[in-house]
Design a binder for this molecule. Structure first.
Ligand code: Q46
Ligand code: ZN
Length: 301
């Protein structure tokens, strides 16, 4: 197979694009997909200060690398979740990448700063680990971005992730979540703008990008993810994609194009919730104390 762009021998085939690429042209393709997502959805403006949520996995490290190559001012934020060896190892990859690119990595260690790790804290608070983890991530990324004066938080969710979440929310017609499933969430009262610049790239493309550029990343999934529904949805979509290349991208992008607006809060008749500062940390919340501060209390008492 030959590279679609330069006719040299291809190193990767992308069935969805019905094309093969050599190393250089594949890296060009990857950067162009990010550039296109950023432009199409107005994700970043020139001069924006961007904070990338870095897990040490392929997606977030590749995203950081590509945004730096595209000329954006990007720092990384790594959260220590206290998930055994997984956390120790993933932090090592994040630090090694920051050193390699001479980039700034901010670190927040939840056990050190808040006195609990995700697995035991979640148990004490009677929450599923991923629910306690997701809540902590959203809170701490936003807080770090506000305090650090960043304009945007960027996460490494790729097309496979977004299609799987959409699949799960569609199976249960979870209209509340469908209304928020967009590649850009604009800034609003106390919340920094959030963007997902990898939505045009699949999992396999991100792994190939890291291998071809020599970025070391943690290959193991978080042990808490084993057997969760999200992985099941990914497998189901992969089986469909196998028979109809491009089905995953069509499912997600046609949703954004044709259906997402139907789930806007106004379209479903939801009243806007009024937000006020959390009595404990100042983060915007609908109650007196925000969900993260409640979690910290329950996880440590
Ligand atoms: S890190 Fe956290 Fe994920 Fe691990 S505990 Fe669940 S949410 S699976 S992306
Ligand atoms: Zn709070």
């Amino acid at each position: 197979m030959k590279c679609r762009r330069c006719r040299e021998p291809a190193v990767i085939e992308l069935r969805r694009h019905n094309a093969g690429f050599c190393r250089e042209c594949f890296l060009h393709h990857t950067r162009e997909q990010v550039r296109k997502a950023v432009d199409d959805f107005d994700m970043l403006a020139p001069g924006d200060r961007v904070l990338v949520a870095v897990s040490g996995g392929k997606d977030s490290l590749a995203l950081w690398d590509i945004l730096l190559d595209l000329g954006y001012a990007v720092d990384g934020l790594y959260l220590g979740l206290g998930i055994g060896e997984y956390s120790g190892e993933s932090g090592g990859y994040a630090r090694a990448f920051a050193t390699r690119r001479n980039a700034r990595l901010i670190e927040i260690d939840i056990p050190v700063e808040f006195g609990f790790d995700i697995p035991t804290g979640a148990k004490a608070a009677k929450r599923a680990p991923c629910s306690a983890c997701g809540l902590s991530k959203r809170h701490l990324f936003n807080q770090a971005a506000v305090e650090g004066g960043y304009d945007v938080v960027a996460t490494g969710h790729n097309l496979d992730d977004e299609a799987a979440v959409l699949f799960g929310n569609t199976l249960r017609w979870n209209v509340d979540f469908l209304s928020r499933q967009r590649p850009v969430l604009p800034a609003e009262s106390g919340f920094v703008k959030k963007v997902k610049p990898l939505v045009r790239l699949g999992e396999r493309e991100m792994a190939a990008y890291c291998v071809l550029t020599g970025i070391d990343y943690i290959v193991e999934e978080c042990p808490m993810a084993v057997g969760n529904k999200h992985l099941g949805y990914k497998e189901a979509l992969n089986a469909i994609e196998e028979h109809s290349p491009g089905a995953k991208a069509a499912f997600y992008f046609e949703f954004l194009d044709k259906a997402a607006h139907r789930f806007e809060p106004a379209a479903v008749g939801d009243a806007e919730v009024e937000l006020r500062p959390c009595a404990s940390c100042g983060a915007p919340t609908s109650g007196d104390v925000c969900a993260f501060c409640k979690l910290v209390v329950r996880a440590t008492s």
